[in-house]
Design a protein around this ligand. Structure first.
Ligand code: B16
Ligand code: MG
Length: 217
């Protein structure tokens, strides 16, 4: 029986991936590394320091811990500037209706994000009232694909892990959901999200009744 739905933020609720990309591209350029949108796919769902490490590996560059902290902080300042203008029109298609469907049947709603800016983004989108809990990177030790962020969210919601549906756009996130013992809905390409229980091409196609029918059989 399904008791809760736990959402990823970036790529599911809104497309902040583009802003992460623009901010990282500037930082990478400063480091003499050129990244493009194809490379950026590898940064989706991956935490801030892990993202920087991937960029450095890609560019064959080494930095000291202090330098890494400096560039990670600088990226975040730039990212925060870029997301200043986001609002309810930046919600991905169908998301608000889907949140309402979940509310209407009385299921709980959680957020499990690798971003330390999750609270700010949810506030800007004006959807904070839908969420019974928000678990972000500041509250967990291990980032996706570790299941910790999804496990914490279920605990906060006081529901068993196996009664949760997790929704993710990144491979690392789908792995985290499955490791948490939850039902995984992937949004994107079947070839990228092979471990998900079901894959839908767009958030527009999220409909609670259909998903519950598949989960509960
Ligand atoms: P921050 P999600 C993730 O959010 C993003 O997908 C990823 O690109 C980003 O690096 C990460 O958050 C950390 O974000 O720098 O804001 O702490 O998809 O898990 O909601
Ligand atoms: Mg995501």
């Amino acid at each position: 029986i399904v008791k809760a739905v736990i959402f990823d933020l970036d790529g599911i609720i809104t497309d902040t991936a583009e802003y992460h990309y623009l901010a990282w591209r500037e930082i990478a350029e400063e480091l003499g590394i050129k990244i493009d949108r194809t490379f950026n796919e590898q940064l989706k769902g991956v935490g801030r320091m892990d993202s920087l490490n991937r960029i450095l590996t890609f560019g064959n560059k080494n930095l000291s811990v202090k330098e890494k902290d400096y560039y990670a902080a600088k990226k975040n300042e730039r990212y925060k500037e870029l997301i200043k203008g986001i609002g309810p029109t930046d919600l991905l298609p169908g998301i608000e209706g889907f949140l309402q469907e979940i509310r209407d049947v009385g299921l709980k709603i959680g957020l499990a994000s690798a971003s330390k800016n999750a609270f700010t983004v949810i506030e800007s989108l004006k959807i904070g009232s839908y969420f019974d809990t928000i678990v972000d990177a500041a509250l967990v030790e291990k980032s996706k694909p570790d299941p910790e962020v999804f496990l914490r969210a279920a605990e906060q919601l006081q529901v068993p892990y196996s009664t949760c549906i997790g929704i993710e756009d990144a491979e690392a996130g789908v792995i985290a959901i499955k490791e948490a013992g939850m039902f995984a809905v992937g949004i994107g390409l079947e070839s990228d999200l092979a471990l998900a229980d079901i894959v839908l091409p767009s958030t527009e196609l999220l409909h609670l009744k259909q998903i519950i029918e598949i989960v509960e059989g």
